[in-house]
Design a protein around this ligand. Structure first.
Ligand SMILES: Nc1ncnc2c1ncn2[C@@H]1O[C@H](COP(=O)(O)OP(=O)(O)OP(=O)(O)O)[C@@H](O)[C@H]1O
Length: 479
């Protein structure tokens, strides 16, 4: 009996795993697969790249093969690229079943998706926003017989970050049966444990990797302390270094905003580096194309915002560079987790300015792992500094003269319309709110000024009293 069969999976599934080069279950699979097969809800918290996807795909396929119907399983995930990746994993492992899956994400044709949904696919993999739109606007499909609900990157789905999924999740949870198996997975579940327990109600089986350290041992975690104005020169130097020192190299660079992502990509291309960008201001087709080019190693550098920080499995990535220090330790864990996956080695290098040192301390403290300094010859950086900074400025000017900011504004307005809001009214409301905040700030400042003035007066009075007392004392003591 193979290791996978010993977990309770059929021989055909073990065979599929072997064909994928997966021979031995990882600890998260070893623990969670039997619990899920027993019918229990499950929460799995295991490090990045440890095989969490197969830990839910395999038992779902096993149960589906015993009683196949659609829609059997719904997987929710925070990003579109991740939805397609999970869909692929289901398709490969579920091939002998003739599995029919449907990926439902924003930025793609809604009518085609509605048609696919109406054909009752076995598994639906979706981002919450688009699926909730389908539920609100269509009666051509239902999930009333759903057996499995999976939340991949569950903590992200529940937190109220820049994309807030809570309203969409409410709609989705209202459309699936209460009697179901719920499976929640992430590398960073612990912070949102209580909220997650309200979704997986039936005394879920909880599994967490034993180690206190949140990152994998195979990851060499480094930092470089840099001044903001030399950051880009260090980035260019680092890439030059990897390009000359390694034959087969592949780098992911993370940055904080779409605009910076775009500028960095333009700049690196000016230096003839094979780079592509991935951020949420790009059209979905461009996003897929960029990722495909990077995955197939046609382009060796992917510059991305946090839209690519979670879940993406690209085994060739050897280096992750954080162009900005992540503000939250868990975002750091997911970003650096794009390398050193499934037992491979990898390096992460975080560019840290003097203003970010406290963030590094928080990262080290929470993730229980120390970052070591990465040494780069400063003289080499200085040689290219002017050229890099001039190139960046040129790229900034080029971008400013394009319609990038305008597009951003249009996207924002589109989003508001989709959320049923009037963009003009919202703008007015925002301006009014800003006015109120300003008045409040002024009022607060005035109160503080008054308080300070009163304090000063009291202090002065005290000092005066003291002085008088001293004078009286001195007068008494005089012969
Ligand atoms: N038992 C196994 N043995 C070897 N490789 C495996 C095994 N299970 C999965 N893998 C491979 O490990 C890689 C990482 O798996 P996966 O993407 O599921 O990680 P993850 O735990 O979901 O990571 P993240 O937290 O970053 O999303 C994939 O390429 C997958 O094919």
């Amino acid at each position: 009996m193979s290791d996978f069969s010993a977990l309770g999976l059929s021989e055909w599934l073990s065979q599929q795993c072997r064909q994928m080069g997966i021979n031995k279950p990882t600890p998260v699979q070893q623990s969670c697969v039997p619990a899920i097969l027993e019918g229990r809800d499950c929460m799995g918290c295991a490090k990045t790249g440890s095989g969490k996807t197969a830990a839910f795909v395999l038992p779902v396929l096993q149960k589906l093969s015993e009683d196949p119907y659609g829609i059997f399983c719904l997987v929710l995930t925070p990003t579109r690229e991740l939805a397609y990746q999970i869909g692929e994993q289901f398709r490969v492992l579920g091939r002998p079943l003739g599995l029919r899956d449907c990926v439902v994400v924003g930025g793609m044709n809604m009518v085609a998706q509605a048609l696919e949904l109406s054909k009752k696919p076995h598994v639906v993999i979706a981002t919450p926003g688009r699926l909730a739109d389908h539920i609100r606007s269509s009666n051509t499909f239902n999930m009333r017989k759903l057996r499995f609900l999976v939340l991949d990157e569950a903590d992200r789905l529940l937190e109220q970050g820049c994309t807030d999924f809570t309203k969409d999740l409410e709609v989705i949870l209202g459309a699936v049966p209460a009697k179901r198996q719920t499976l929640l997975f992430s590398a960073t579940l612990t912070d949102t444990l209580q909220e997650l327990k309200s979704i997986a109600l039936n005394k879920p089986f909880y599994w967490e990797s034993q180690s206190e350290v949140r990152t994998v041992d195979e990851l060499d975690q480094r930092y470089i302390l840099v001044a903001e104005k030399v950051k880009d020169a260090y980035l260019v130097r680092l890439i030059q270094k990897f390009q000359t020192e390694h034959e087969d190299w592949s780098i992911m660079i993370f940055t904080s905003t779409c605009k910076n992502c775009q500028i960095l990509n333009m700049m690196l291309r000016e230096f003839s580096f094979p780079s592509v960008a991935l951020h949420s201001m790009m059209k979905q087709k461009q996003r897929f194309a960029a990722l495909a080019k990077f995955k197939s190693s046609i382009f060796k550098i992917l510059i991305a915002t946090d839209v690519a920080a979670r879940g993406l499995d690209i085994p060739t990535v050897q280096v992750v560079i954080n162009h900005n220090t992540p503000g939250l330790p868990k975002i750091y864990v997911h970003r650096v987790g794009r390398t050193a996956r499934a037992g491979r080695h990898g390096v992460s290098i975080t560019l840290v300015t003097q203003y970010d040192i406290h963030l590094v301390h928080a990262i080290e403290e929470q993730n229980k792992a120390k970052l070591k300094e990465f040494s780069v010859a400063e003289s080499e950086v200085l040689k290219i500094l002017t050229q890099v900074n001039v190139t960046r400025r040129e790229c900034e000017i080029k971008l400013e003269s394009s319609d990038f900011d305008e597009k951003k504004e249009i996207n924002k307005r589109k989003q508001m319309i989709l959320e049923g809001k009037d963009p003009d009214l919202e703008e007015k409301r925002k301006a009014e709110l800003e006015k109120i905040h300003k008045q409040k700030r002024k009022f607060k400042e005035k109160i503080q000024e008054n308080l300070q003035r009163q304090k000063d007066i009291l202090l002065k009075k005290k000092l005066l009293k003291k002085k008088r007392r001293q004078q009286k004392q001195e007068a008494k003591e005089k012969p």
